[in-house]
Design a protein around this ligand. Structure first.
Ligand SMILES: [Zn+2]
Length: 249
């Protein structure tokens, strides 16, 4: 077996490991981002709810002041009615009192509605605060729990990257560039040939090509999937770890 084949396999195996590490890191970051976004959304909702509650409370206080004022005015109208000297005065005082009573009632109705709205807002705020607390705890727990794993993953990534660098240097430049170019389209850029079939795409390559690669140990590209292909004796195939399953990606 040509040495560059061994290096290619080592490189490909490192790339598979690195991809898995990146996936784990990406998944963790994605989960954290989702949690942080949820907390932000709750913060915004809380701010809006607190503002509307303040408005409701202010309006209600104003209405309550008006109600007190009207109560006094009604008292004054009652005095007027008691002191009326003729029917005209008495009627006028009566009308005034009725109008004031109606205004008084309207305001009390409004206060009642606002009280219900304020209660609703307070419940919503309490719910949001509970949810916010839960999420903050979840984030803190996730950070504490996975920080060790994250450090380990980052360390593993660093080790594999420097190892990859040294392996890549051992591969002829043209071959390495071809490998990298295929890797932009397929996660695993190399494939062994088994019984005349490319293990990457599971399609047979032309028999003449297979004979040539088997006899010379040369490296070529699969006519179907363009992966770098090479012949590997059956004994080595059994001993070597199987390559990653092809998703055709
Ligand atoms: Zn193929």
């Amino acid at each position: 077996m040509r040495p560059e084949i061994a290096f290619l396999e080592e490189l490909s195996s490192l790339d598979t490991d690195l991809r898995q590490i990146e996936e784990k890191l990406g998944k963790y970051r994605g989960e954290m981002e989702t949690l942080v976004a949820e907390v932000k959304a709750i913060d915004a909702r809380l701010k809006a709810d607190r503002e509307s509650l303040a408005t409701i409370d202010r309006t209600r206080a104003e209405l309550a002041a008006e109600v007190r004022q009207m109560t006094q005015q009604i008292e004054k109208s009652r005095d007027k009615l008691n002191r009326s000297r003729n029917e005209r005065e008495s009627n006028a005082a009566q009308r005034e009192m009725e109008e004031l009573r109606k205004l008084h009632r309207d305001r009390e109705d409004e206060i009642e509605k606002l009280t219900a709205a304020a209660d609703g807002a307070r419940t919503a705020i309490a719910d949001s605060e509970t949810k916010q607390k839960q999420l903050t705890d979840t984030i803190a727990g996730a950070e504490a729990g996975s920080s060790g794993e994250l450090v380990a993953l980052e360390a593993e990534k660093g080790t594999k990257l420097s190892l990859r660098e040294s392996v890549a240097k051992k591969i002829p430049v043209v071959l390495y560039r071809r490998y990298e170019s295929i890797r932009t389209k397929r996660p695993v850029a190399i494939a062994r040939l088994v019984e005349g079939t490319c293990r990457g795409c599971h399609l047979a390559i032309p028999p003449m090509m297979f004979q040539r690669l088997r006899q010379t140990g040369e490296i070529d590209q699969c006519p179907s999937c363009r992966r770098i292909i090479y012949y590997m004796p059956a004994a080595d195939n059994a001993a070597a770890p199987t390559s990653s399953p092809d998703t055709g990606a």
